[in-house]
Design a protein around this ligand. Sequence first.
Ligand SMILES: Cc1ncc(COP(=O)(O)O)c(C=O)c1O
Length: 312
Amino acid sequence: MSGEATVTMPNSDYNPAVHANLSNGVGFIEGEIVPISEAKIPILDWGFLHSDATYDVVHVWNNRFFRIEDHLDRFMNSMEKLNMAIDFDRGQIREILARCVKASGLKDAYVEMICTRGVPAANSRDPRRCKNRFYAFVVPFSWVATRQDQDRGVRLHISSVQRIAPQSVDPTIKNYHWLDLVRGQYDAYAEGADLAVLSDMHGNVVEGAGFNIFAVTGKTVVTPSKGVLKGITRKTAMELSEQIGLEVHERDVPAAELLSADEVFITSTAGGIMPIKFVNEQLIGNGLAENTVRLRELYWEAHQDPVLSQPV
Ligand SMILES: Cc1ncc(COP(=O)(O)O)c(C=O)c1O
């Protein structure tokens, strides 16, 4: 991170009246805040051509960022592990995100920061010769499963698609290697389900398109320890589980364990803690997901906690 003072920061006096519909979202591209429909990236950026990028998503709920420092930690670590460096330091990134949210006027928002490898020098195939780029965007809050979906009962399918091996792509670096996750989603739709969870080569469930997974049996909560992104919502769910007297274990979770659990839930910045009612068409437990519902309440209450959330 260079973080030099020469970097141009976006104009905080951005005039929303100039651009209609900023509430659809805004992008931060080439140092400028623009309406989301005008947020475009160069076609030669390896972030696009090779998924050579890392990103993070933090949400804003009721005008407050939730666990932004955890998201910034993960983003900075991911960039470092990928040998990427940008002109903005952590404080500047935080400020850019806040300015984008303010420009959008959104009270509840999905806020994404991205670092791409960038465009290579002419005729070069050497990643070291790319200038890494920073982009960001803010759009209205979105849900892996809306509250309405959750009330109806979310259907999860255990996909036969294997998640890309952690030996190939380190899942703790948040990345755009989603072809397996999307293929899993199509499997799920074919089975009449809403969401797919993928497994590893040993038949342990790992994660789905944008979410981590948990199973609750009695007073024990389990979540996969490896082959997964260390979700910030996963972390919150583990902390809250302990708070309500549940015992949390990070370990391998065989697919069959989901089917025999009392409760199954998923976690994501895009929706928080979300109960799963059916796995492979089988009703989970008594269908009431009492612990999950309690954790979900506590999760949203935590959005008022000044330790975990800060005003934009
Ligand atoms: C593959 C994957 N796993 C898990 C998650 C959940 O992480 P978090 O709770 O930090 O949003 C995400 C979030 O997008 C993800 O992409």
